[in-house]
Design a protein around this ligand. Structure first.
Ligand SMILES: NC(=O)c1ccc[n+]([C@@H]2O[C@H](COP(=O)([O-])OP(=O)(O)OC[C@H]3O[C@@H](n4cnc5c(N)ncnc54)[C@H](OP(=O)(O)O)[C@@H]3O)[C@@H](O)[C@H]2O)c1
Length: 317
């Protein structure tokens, strides 16, 4: 098989490697597309909290076809098209994965490969960590990015009114196409903009960005509002003023879907199956990602970390 290998931090090399055999409980998948996520770049740079020993193959989610199964595995059968979270190893032509973590899908490979992390994080945040009620208003930061755009669709599917904040017209347009009711330019005063678009304050903040946006976003929450902490794409972990949490009885909610799904594989499977059913029903329509050949992974990761990506990117091996 071919794979992109991180042999020293910060660089990737295309290598021929032995194709793995599926062990007990595993399937071998021929990868048709690999989703590129913010965390993949952090792994390659050695900036993620988990530091795999070198060499390693990055790539945390894939879509493809099962081509072989381990001795005790009956489903999914060879020929089944599946998506899988893999943590590492996705930037390759083949990968083994636990059968339990693979879920059949009818989505095309690029959309399937860019689906799991973004959409599961959104539903986990808005259903398991807080409850976004129909007719509530949510302000989504980084709404033109992968996690943010997925949250726009999931929030609309839950019946909410969505205010989408992003830095460029292109990203705001992507959020509007994904279903956002209103958009906010993050170079404006987002506290004032969000309050004026929500009759005095929003019910929920979805924040994958952090940095300077956090303080004004927190102040845009209404009485009883919830601030969900998703990530720090800005590179700065903000300090929130606790007097602003006390005022108006607000709540700050941590969301660590990545760790949760590792420890709750059956619940994660149910969450993913719910979301894939929603795609089959047309309740959510994941936008098609930009596609690039596997060899361009380093450029794509740089684009992602330098804010140039609208939505998602899938690598095609
Ligand atoms: N909690 C969880 O379980 C979980 C799960 C998945 C991902 N995450 C985290 O969520 C964050 C966002 O992931 P993503 O896939 O949505 O990333 P993304 O597609 O790159 O989007 C992030 C957005 O953040 C904004 N941003 C502001 N400053 C930035 C900077 N200096 N560099 C990059 N982006 C910047 C950009 O929007 P504007 O240009 O509009 O400002 C960008 O579109 C990451 O930190 C990721 O690790 C957390």
């Amino acid at each position: 098989m071919r794979a992109l290998v991180c042999e020293e931090l910060g660089s990737l090399s295309l290598r021929d490697l032995p194709t793995p055999e599926p062990g007990p409980g595993q399937v071998l998948i021929e990868v048709e597309a690999a989703g590129v996520n913010f965390v993949d770049g952090l792994f390659v740079q050695g900036r993620y909290q988990i530091k795999p020993p070198l060499p390693f193959v990055p790539g945390s989610e894939i879509a493809g076809t099962v081509v072989a199964t381990g001795p005790d595995v009956t489903t999914p059968a060879p020929g089944t098209r599946v998506v899988a979270m893999c943590g590492l190893g996705g930037f390759a032509t083949h990968i083994t994965a636990p059968a339990l973590t693979t879920v059949p899908t009818t989505l095309d490979a690029p959309r399937a490969a860019t689906f799991i992390q973004s959409y599961c994080t959104a539903l986990f945040a808005l259903k398991n960590r807080t409850t976004l009620a129909p007719n509530e208003t949510i302000l989504i930061l980084g709404a033109g990015g992968g996690v943010g755009l997925a949250a726009v669709q999931v929030a609309k599917a839950l019946g909410a009114r969505v205010l989408a904040a992003a830095s460029t017209p292109e990203k705001r347009e992507a959020a509007r196409s994904a279903g956002a009711d209103e958009t906010i330019d993050t170079t404006d005063d987002i506290k004032t903009a969000a309050r004026s678009l929500s009759d005095g304050g929003v019910d929920v903040i979805y924040d994958p960005v952090g940095g300077d946006l956090a303080d004004p976003a927190l102040r845009a929450l209404r009485e009883g509002g919830r601030y969900t902490v998703i990530g720090f794409a800005s590179g700065t972990i903000p300090s929130l003023p606790l007097n602003q949490v006390l005022l108006r009885n607000r709540t700050v909610v941590g969301v660590d879907w990545g760790a949760w799904q590792l420890h709750h594989p059956l619940e994660q499977r149910a969450l993913l199956e719910t979301l894939l059913t929603w795609t089959d029903e047309g309740k959510i329509t994941p936008p098609s990602p930009r596609t690039e050949p596997l060899e361009r992974a380093a450029e794509v990761l740089a684009d992602l970390h330098e804010r140039r990506v609208v939505g998602k990117v899938a690598l095609i091996p």
